[in-house]
Design a protein around this ligand. Structure first.
Ligand SMILES: [Cu+2]
Length: 279
């Protein structure tokens, strides 16, 4: 052992630790991106008046009828801050089913002559009319709740072919990935003997993504496929394969060996018994 040997080992360990930390960091990034698409808190300040100029506005003194188009995303937690600018009472209300009357479950404020606020979750996607319930059919506007993509891609199938391969041979990792909008990235994290890598998968036919490459070190390998959509929703699914040195594919010689030993032992025992009886 030369004096450099311990240093070499230390550097090797440092590289392993660095790789592990990098993998953890990338994994952390992928995981931490998932909740960022969750509902946002949205505050909308709306000014209203019945006396000229009649209508609604997001800035004081510039009301119009119809008022401004208001747009939020489904799942948003919406706070409406409402101010009456003409000293007359108003009630803000979104007519989800367009029947002209306030129904249970439709967002509505208390009656206000000064200022008020109320909150609701924009769970119903679509285009609606918002009103002042008191001054309808004036004091109206268009409300849009966008059907935002909050669901991650679906990884329907995962495969490693062949599941057992000789060192240096190709293993094709594949996954069927779909999304309600579009799958934008599919990567795979492969961990095996002396290997810990994040690799980009290529798009094959239609919804099929794959990574075909070789592995040198014999042993067990596990992999996790990560799929993301345009909104940053992420889904993962895992699998495994192995790299071995036997040519017999996945055949298990264990049970055959046990049976063989049993048969040989029994035969030997019988032979000994027979030979003793003859004496
Ligand atoms: Cu009003």
């Amino acid at each position: 052992m030369g004096p450099r040997e311990p240093d070499k080992g230390g550097r090797g360990r440092a590289i392993v630790v660095a790789s592990a930390l990098t993998a953890t960091f990338i994994l952390g990034l992928l995981v931490s991106r998932a909740p960022s698409v969750a509902a946002a808190g949205v505050t909308i300040h709306l000014y209203g008046r019945f006396m000229t100029p009649t209508g609604w506005s997001v800035t004081p003194g510039s009301e119009s009828d119809p008022g401004p188009l208001i747009s939020v995303n489904r799942g948003d937690h919406v706070t409406m801050q409402l101010t009456s600018e003409d000293g007359t009472p108003h009630i803000f209300w979104i007519d989800y089913d367009n029947d002209g009357t306030i129904d249970a479950g439709e967002p509505q404020s208390l009656q206000f002559t000064g200022s008020t606020s109320f909150t609701f979750d924009a769970l119903q996607a679509g285009t609606f009319t918002y009103w002042c319930a008191i001054h309808k059919p004036v004091m109206r506007g268009t409300w849009v709740t966008n059907a935002s993509d909050i669901t991650p891609p679906t990884i329907a199938s995962v495969a490693a072919v062949p599941a057992r391969q000789a060192p240096g041979g190709f293993v094709n990792l594949s996954a069927g990935v779909t999304d309600d909008t579009a799958v934008t990235t599919v990567s795979v994290h492969v961990v095996g003997p002396a290997l810990d890598v994040n690799l980009t998968m290529a798009r094959g036919a239609l919804d099929e993504w794959y990574l075909n490459r070789t592995y040198e070190s014999p042993g067990a390998y596990s992999f996790t496929i990560w799929a993301g959509d345009a909104r940053g929703n992420v889904q993962s699914r895992g699998g495994s394969f192995s790299i071995g040195t036997t040519e017999g594919g996945s055949f298990d010689y264990g049970p055959l060996l046990i049976v063989s030993i049993s048969v040989i032992s029994a035969t030997l025992g019988l032979l000994i018994w027979v030979s003793r009886r003859r004496r």
